[in-house]
Design a protein. Structure first.
Length: 432
């Protein structure tokens, strides 16, 4: 793939959508090389030397910023590689993604971070940023070199899919990170309560499966928020899945604590019934919850308590998913369904189109300090052209991701990505 910057490109006849400014108006956008030159609502005359791309009334928005992705490279390239994840991301309208440190070896030092960044640049697709590990080897025992990794480009710190279970260690992480004003992200699930395979309750009992109680998430989140108050740290709860978690985050924000959270489309679009036929593609961590929790997550998105939506992309191969439910791996792919499933919040009347896009663009970018997620002159030309009303059906066999483990397979959706642009270059569709 050529990484040569294009010249001037005018995107005309577009519905301009910028959640950062509230812009929602027909107009045009002019890019020159890697940057946006002009965002022009209303009538527009393109420069004579500009390439013209007619959006034909489709939406033109900032490219999506996905703040929770497992890339699997290095270490498990048979499940996903930098290139396949990049191809899947741009097919889903994602121009920036941030990967968890649970690679092999883990990203707990400067060298591994720099390796991943270099590999991502070579792929030339979606931009890839990294989290650093909070503890060495993700073992929860010894503090990693957060300051050094921050200087090497780590956007925030997390032990990925492992909770920092030891309270004293979490206190040390938060306190040390606070001295550098670094963000700490937690997978809020108390490990000694999380030995099951699906949501605890009547359905798990009927299916003969061991349950993970909602309290596993709630108890650890309550503990962490007290540690945040003690240390003054910055804290982010990943993929929250219960109504009580929403209430806890709301109260912490009201108290002035520096806390934020995200959720994933699984937790507002599905409930525990999705595992009813022992569907291992719906075996997730945290598990799909009951209907009341699903509705509470939607309410948390509506009132802004939940700051962002992330794909929680967790590719698993056939060998780890085509097993009895109790033995199958947790996780689902999500890059290529992030936009279409999130748009259900708009189509079902819960959020405006701008509000959905805000949680997918400028909100996660702001949490992580990225200059992304906005349509503004001087900003990077990372763009998404999409039709929010184009009907279709999720077909996992056509995913560009190496893994196909999607609980949304065969789900009717509205919303299709038409074009993805990174640094002014059209990267999807592949032929430009």
């Amino acid at each position: 793939m050529s990484l040569r910057s294009p010249g001037r490109v005018a995107y005309v006849n577009a519905r301009l959508l910028d959640p950062a400014s509230g812009l929602d108006q027909t107009g045009a956008l002019l890019a020159d090389g890697e940057h946006i030159v002009e965002v022009h609502p209303g009538a527009f005359t393109a420069p004579e030397d500009a390439e013209i791309i007619d959006c034909q009334g489709a939406c033109l928005a900032p490219g999506l910023v996905d703040m929770r992705v497992q890339l699997r490279e290095p270490g498990e390239e048979h499940k996903e590689s930098m290139r396949s994840a990049g191809q899947a991301a741009v097919a889903g309208g994602i121009t920036s993604m941030v990967c968890l440190p649970n690679t092999n070896p883990p990203m707990d030092d400067e060298a591994t971070l720099e390796f991943v960044a270099r590999r991502a640049r070579l792929a030339g697709l979606a931009k890839v940023y990294c989290y650093g590990a909070c503890t060495k080897g993700l073992r929860g025992e010894d503090l990693a070199e957060l300051g050094i990794m921050a200087e090497a480009g780590a956007l925030a710190f997390t032990d990925g899919v492992k909770a920092i279970a030891n309270a004293q260690m979490m206190r040390r992480v938060l306190a040390y990170a606070a001295t550098f004003d670094l963000l700490v992200m937690q997978h809020p699930e108390e490990p000694t309560l999380a030995g099951g395979v699906m949501n605890a309750g009547d359905l798990a009992t009927r299916m003969g499966l061991s349950g993970i109680p909602r309290e596993a998430e709630i108890i650890l989140l309550e503990r962490d928020l007290r540690l945040v108050a003690m240390t003054g740290g910055r804290y982010h709860a990943a993929h929250i899945s219960t109504g009580e978690s929403v209430a806890l985050i709301r109260r912490a924000k009201d108290q002035g604590l520096r806390v934020s959270c995200d959720t994933a489309p699984f937790y507002f679009a599905l409930n525990e019934l999705a595992v009813g036929d022992y569907r291992t593609f719906a075996k997730l961590s945290p598990p799909l919850r009951g209907e009341s929790d699903r509705r509470a997550i939607i309410e948390g998105l509506k009132d802004g308590v939940i700051d962002a939506i992330a794909s929680d992309h967790s590719p698993q191969d056939q060998d780890t998913k085509r097993l009895p439910f109790a033995q199958a791996a947790f996780g689902a792919v999500g890059l290529e369904t992030l936009l279409s499933i999130s748009l259900e919040l708009h189509h079902n009347g819960h959020l405006s189109l701008l509000e959905v896009l805000k949680r997918l663009t400028v909100a996660p970018a702001g949490l992580l300090g990225l200059d992304a997620g906005r349509l503004r002159p001087g900003g990077k030309a990372d763009l998404l052209v999409f039709d929010p009303y184009r009907a279709g059906k999720v077909d996992a066999t056509r995913f560009l991701s190496k893994s196909k483990n999607s609980p949304f397979d065969d789900r009717p959706v509205q919303g299709r990505v038409l074009r993805t642009v990174v640094d002014g270059r059209t990267v999807f569709p592949a032929n430009g």
